[in-house]
Design a protein around this ligand. Sequence first.
Ligand SMILES: [Zn+2]
Length: 84
Amino acid sequence: MVIFNWGRAMKKGLVMDLPIAVDKPKPSLAEKYCSRCRANHSVSAFAKHPNTRDGLQIWCTASTMEYRRERKRQKLQLKGLVPA
Ligand SMILES: [Zn+2]
């Protein structure tokens, strides 16, 4: 039995990947996996992010934009400004 060492995993920066780490395709240097559209994209498709291990957003820019658009619409719907 392997006891999972959280402190060590956090130091290694593995924790952020845990929910999707199981069947994640192997990343290459020029490509990065987007967990939202579940595909590899060239790293140029990812915006920069100061707090991630590789310095890039976890989602590609298209996915991030889509997410923001959805969130905005959801907020408007909650306020009753847009018909559901
Ligand atoms: Zn994506």
